[in-house]
Ligand binder design. Sequence first.
Ligand code: GDG
Length: 480
Amino acid sequence: MGTTEGSPTGQYAFVVVSNRLPVDHVIDDDGNDAWTRSPGGLVTALEPVMKANHGAWVGWVGQADVDLAPFDNDGIHIVPVPLSADEVENYYEGFSNDTLWPLYHDVISAPGYHRVWWDSYVLANERFARAAAASAARGAVVWVQDYQLQLVPKMLRELRPDLTIGFFNHIPFPPYGIYSQLPWRTQIIEGLLGADVIGFQRVADSSNFLRAVRRLTGFVTRAPIVEVPVEGGAPRSVVARFFPISIDAKSFEDLARLPEVQARAQEIRDGLGNPKTVMLGVDRLDYTKGIGHRLKAFGELLAEGKLSVEDVTLVQVANPSRERVAAYMQLRDEIELTVGRINGDFGTISHQAISYHHHGYPREEMVALYLAADVMLVTSLRDGMNLVAKEYCAARFDNDGVLILSEFTGAWDELKRSLRINPHDIDGLKDAILQAVNMPRAERASRMRALRKRVLEFDVQRWSTEFLAVLVAQGKRSRG
Ligand code: GDG
């Protein structure tokens, strides 16, 4: 890595670094390059900070071998980082999505440990770090996002010691007994400790991280602080604590209040043959989400005659995801086989058991689905937060609807008036489904009011404001 003297200084006081840029490349009607802003919560939360602080966003455009010059897009300076087809395969699909993702989600699927993947991860992280270093003004605040970029904080600190560096991990941080499998476990910990503040979703994640720090480096920790020794100087303090992420709650409620979205919700119910109960699952098609467990519970309830397809329909949106990774291809086959079996066994000419959709929808349609659903099923086996659970509550301004929520999600720490389930306990899951289907209106309302209060108060704006306040304070403490 280079040194301070060698690295150029950019002009941006606030820089976000994430694997993917918040814009998608499209070709417009005249055949020219154009950009559409992806409407994720992170972008919405950071947009005001970006605009007020002359912000830049460093990330990959999502296509291999596309090298574009930086450009401005609606008040944000966009800095594309190119990735070759090899890097997409090794750094992204390989090390990020087939090593770190399964390892950090309790090895639900077996992680692959391949040295070529790791080498590519190091090189790609270096490229992101250099692009961030070249964009950041002297003393700027840089916020690095997620598990694909865990080496960036250290690399960036070596290039630019003047920067205040934050990192947020969107996925869980595993217990040491699992984390210690990783052949490069010490390098990742050292990479993260380059930051001033390391944010996690849950208290359990930050404690797991602090334990890994103690075991692998021997550095002293006094939660939430890690004292990182500095050669010939006083130790540097790093804050590692939880900052649960949230959603732009008001925008979901605003959409739900639109008459056309409500009309669409009714149309969805009509289209399903107006069953008494509509149950809904919305997930990326990922093995962490427990879709198979949910289908098993529903299938058994139908088989036992405790539910009937005339009364209950399950709508399952399975958003296509990581389709080139083998574990995901296999998962898709398993889920679709199960859906086909359940529909074949229990469906009638007029009533399907499961209405299954392997595609993504516009946000308005998602909100219409939330409004149409009497019961929302979140059955993750492990999930950093799970934003879908929060979106469902935000949309339900009518104080109706029942949220069934896995205790293995970050959201469970906040949404305690949901129906808590352990997705591995199929009988418990079936009981919760029956309880939800039969819950009296007054109980639904009282639970939903409490859930909504939490989600509307602790929104993504608050999350980013709190993280950045701690980060800036920590930066001042360390660098005056
Ligand atoms: C990771 C962590 C953590 C889904 N289908 C459609 C669609 N979505 C949107 C949802 C929601 C988002 O995608 C999914 O967020 P989740 O939090 O549920 O899950 P991951 O994708 O795994 O996210 C997770 C999150 O990062 C944030 O830190 O909570 O734990 O795994 O917003 O609404 N959106 C649209 N159409 C779809 O078909 N428009």
